[in-house]
Design a protein around this ligand. Structure first.
Ligand code: SAM
Ligand code: SF4
Length: 430
């Protein structure tokens, strides 16, 4: 989501004649698109902004702008301005579409601006030029905001309520991207399964959106994230099973394996319901692989709760997990819970969870060795010369010897070796 929003901000700059600078020193405009999901993200941003102080003092015309989730937090723009008086523009997640005007105003009036909106202008946002930076990958928002208020999460406070984009606009955008040669389209929303709930037409829903996108001609893959387990329907799984383009890798964030913690998180499903989704998806799509998000050390998480999470991870057998230590976020319900878990316990728990996942992921990788599989070639490897990286339909990463001319092509790769989550292979000559 943030990568894609940065592409929109870069699109504004490109439309105004700016080009990408090779260093911060050389840049005329520096935009921080911030994240507020965990405290560590905020601390990092603070450090990065602070580091620009002396440079800004030497080059007063350099424009420094801050936007994103952190600037949308209540009281944060004032706090940022007090801490870093040299910031030129502060705007929020709900008015990124105003960036062009804010920039013009700052250049003309030479005064700093704080402008945080409480409502987005989706039509204006839809017409923003996007400077796409992700090679064969293109991101497409299908909705903005979140209605779920999981008790640990700051997103609903900084991104507002759910707003679904017009289905025709989305389908047209995807068709254009496919026409331009993008091979992997990722549909974005905090909970894609509730797409259309705010639109007064029952036919506008996620299953139908997937059907419409799947009917587009061309050679491309479609992914989506994130899918809330409380809302994913059998219909959506059936659509994936019968589709040509929708990938067989499903990101289904579980957060915890304990029913008591899931209740305290306000997630509205149980581990039994979660297992039933996994079982249904495996029955309909035998080669499906799952990834997930997990939080350890949520307030009140007992040893037994944590063991339930380990047990769930073991039983599902995830291809990959994104694990986080619970981080207190001001204004959320969980921040006020009394039984906060000490950091040393959180550290131990995340380490053991990641160790377990490493073993599971290695076993899953092993089963691919010797097979010939279709791979979308994404980019040159940043690690070794003459090596390309790509992904399987399930989303698993594959490295193989090859040259840049293969980028954006679907090729057959014989998997020769596996290491943790990554596979290694060679072009199949047959
Ligand atoms: N909307 C997505 C969903 O419901 O799965 C998640 C979006 S959030 C940006 C990504 C992940 O960050 C969440 O799935 C959760 O695991 C994690 N997260 C959110 N708030 C957190 C917090 N306060 N502490 C630690 N991790 C958090
Ligand atoms: Fe946060 Fe829950 Fe919304 Fe995801 S669904 S963004 S975790 S509140």
């Amino acid at each position: 989501m943030n990568v894609h929003e940065s592409e929109k901000l870069a699109g504004v700059l490109e439309s105004k004649g700016y080009s990408v600078a090779t260093s911060v020193e050389e840049a005329d405009v520096i935009v921080f698109n911030t994240c507020a999901i965990r405290e560590s993200a905020e601390q990092k941003i603070m450090g990065n902004i602070g580091a620009l102080k002396s440079m800004k003092a030497r080059h007063k015309d350099k424009i420094i702008a801050i936007c994103g989730c952190m600037s949308q937090e209540e009281g944060m723009p004032e706090k940022l301005k007090a801490k870093f008086p040299f910031i030129d523009i502060i705007f929020g997640t709900l008015n990124i579409e105003d960036f062009a005007e804010l920039l013009d105003k700052r250049v003309k009036e030479k005064k700093s601006i704080i402008q945080i909106a409480s409502k987005s202008n989706i039509k204006k946002r839809d017409s923003m030029h996007v400077y796409r930076t992700s090679g064969v990958n293109a991101w497409v928002n299908i909705m903005y905001g979140c209605n779920n208020f999981c008790t640990y999460c700051i997103v609903p406070y900084v991104r507002g309520r759910e707003i679904s984009r017009d289905i025709e606009v989305i389908v047209k955008e995807v068709a254009e991207l496919v026409g331009l040669g993008y091979k992997q389209i990722t549909l974005l929303g905090q909970n894609v399964n509730s797409y259309g709930n705010d639109i007064d037409d029952p036919s506008v829903n996620f299953a139908n959106l997937l059907r419409r996108i799947d009917a587009i001609d061309g050679q491309f893959w479609v992914r989506f994230m994130s899918s809330h387990p409380k809302d994913i329907s059998h219909e959506v799984i059936d659509v994936i099973a019968n589709s040509k383009h929708i990938c067989h890798g499903l990101h289904l964030p579980v957060q915890s394996g304990s029913n008591e913690i899931l209740r305290k998180m306000n997630r509205h499903y149980t581990r039994e319901k979660y297992f039933s989704i996994i079982d249904y998806a495996r029955k309909k799509i035998p080669d499906i692989e799952f990834t997930t998000d997990i939080i350890v050390g949520f307030p009140g998480e007992t040893k037994q709760d944590y063991n339930d999470t380990l047990d769930l991870v073991q039983k599902v057998g995830y291809q990959n997990i994104f694990a986080f230590m619970y981080s207190r976020r001001t204004g959320t319900v969980a921040d006020k819970m009394s039984d906060q878990i000490p950091i040393n316990i959180k550290r131990k728990r995340i380490k053991k969870l990641l160790d377990l996942e490493r073993d599971i992921a290695s076993d899953i990788s092993e089963k691919y060795v010797g097979k010939v599989l279709k791979v979308l070639v994404e980019d040159v490897s940043p690690k070794a010369e003459g090596v390309m990286i790509g992904s399987l339909n399930s989303g698993k990463a594959v490295s193989f010897y090859g040259d840049k001319s293969l980028q954006g092509r679907f090729v057959d790769i014989k998997i020769t070796k596996s290491k943790l989550t990554t596979l290694f292979g060679e072009l199949d000559k047959k």
